[in-house]
Design a protein. Sequence first.
Length: 513
Amino acid sequence: MRLVRFVLVFTAMVAIACKGKEPAGPPGGAASLVAGAGAAASATVGTALSTAPTFTVRNSSGDALAGIPVSVAVTSGGGSLSGAPTVSAAGETSIGVWTLGTTAGAQTVTVTVSGLSPLVLSATATPGAANGMSIASGNNQIALAGTAVANAVQARVVDQFGNAIPAQAIDWSIVAGSGTLGGATSTMSNSSGIATAPAWTLGKVGGTQTLRAASGAFSVLVNATIQTTYTVDLRWATTPPTGATLDAFNRAVNRIRAAVVGGVTPVGFPTNFTNVSQCPGGPTGQADFTESTIPGVIIYASVAPDDGVGGRLGSAGPCLVRPAASMYKPALGLMKFDEADLPTLVSNGRIDFVILHEMLHVIGLGTVWTNNSLLDRTDTTNVRFLGARARAACASQNTGPSTCATTVPVHSTDGVGSRDSHWRESIFLTELMTPFIGSGGAPFSATTIESLGDLGYTVNVSAADAFSVPAGLWELPGLSSVMDAPTRMPEPTPPAFTIDSRGRLTPVDRRLR
C-alpha cells in the first residue's frame, strides 16, 4: 500500500513538472486575429473612412477575447489614426478613425497581437475633385520641322494632391507652330488617369511649337523644339520695323532654320573686318564686332527711305562667305528695303513671301550658284541649274520628270535682278524663288530646299510646302504678266569677300557674277 501511494505521488509530481515546461501560448488563450466590418473600405484621399474597419481576437474555440493587448498602426499610404485601441474588446474592436493619406491607391493599417500573425486591413483612397492638369510624358521633345515627335504626349487631370483622375475627357489643340494632329482631338483618360494625344507633327514654319491639353476649366501646355543647329543672327542696321513687317522677318528666320538644319562650319571673324559698312552698300555707324566666330550667318537688315513708292524695293545678298572648300556658304549678309513699299506688301499679303525670298538669297540661293559652278550658261536663253538634289526634287513634282530630266530651268531674262538667280517664271510660276510673286501664295518647295543641299547645307525637306510644277505652262512668253499685279523681287547681290581659316578677307572675283 505504501509503495502504491509513493508511485501515485511521484507520477503527480512528474506531471506537474512536465506541465511547467510547456511553451507559453498567446496571452489569455488568443489563437487568431480576424477582420470584421469595414474591410476593403474606400474614401477620397485625405478624408476619414465613414465606417472604421474592425477586428476580433479569438481563442482556439472561436470565442472573442477582451482585454488582449493590441497594437494598431498605419503601415502604408501615409494616413493617420486617432482613437486607436490598445486592448481588444469583447467582440469586434474598432481601429479608431482612419484618415487616408493624400496618395490615391491602396493603403493599409496593421493590427498586431503578440504571438499571432499580424492582421493587415486595407482601404482604397480615390482621387478627389478635379483641381488642375499636368503633363504625364512627352514634353520638351526635339524633332525636325514637318515630322512627328517620337514619343506620345500624355496628360492627366489631377486633384488638389496631384492624383490623376480616370475617365476625364481631354481636348488637344495646336496653339503655336502650325503643327498638325493625326487623330481624334479629344481623348479619355484611362484607368490610371492618363490621356494620350493624337500623333503630333511639328509645323514646317519652325519657331515655337506648342500643344495645348484642356479639360473643363483647366489646361496645360506641351512644348517641342525644332531640330536644327543652323543659326541665323538677325540684326538691325536701322530702327526695327513693327507689326507685320517685323513678324515677317522673324518668321523667315524660323522658316529657314526649319529647312536648313546643319552642314555649316563656324568661321573665324575676320580681324580686318571691323564694320559692316565695309560691305558694298553696307550701312554706316554700326558698332564694332565683338564675337570671335560666326557659327552660322549674321544678317544686317534695314528698312529706311529710298526712292518712294513703286521704285526700288530693295536688295539682299551675302557679303562675307566661307572659302571654296565650304562651298562659299555665307557668313554675313545684308537685306535692305525701301520703307515706302512695305505697307503695300503688308496689305496685299505678300510681305512674308518677299522677306523669306530675300533671306534665302542672303544664305546663298541664287547668289553663290556661279561661285560653285552650279549654272550651265552655254545657252544664255536657257540657263540651267546643275545641282543633283534640286533636279531630283523637281523631277518628283508633277510635270517635273520632263521639265527637270537633267537640270532645273533658271530664269534667263528680265535683267540682272531676275536672271540667273531664280527658278524660271514660265515653268515654276507661283514657287517662292521665281523672280515675281503674285497673289495666292508662294510655296517654299522641295526643289528650293534641296538646292540648298546642293550648296552643302544639311537640309530637311519635310519643311517644304506642297508644290507641283504646273502642267502645260512650259516656256510661255510673258507669263508673269497674267499674274495679279506681281511683285518683282529686289536685286540679289553677290558676295564681296571670302574668309579663310584664319579669318582673313579675300575679295571675291566679281566676274563670277
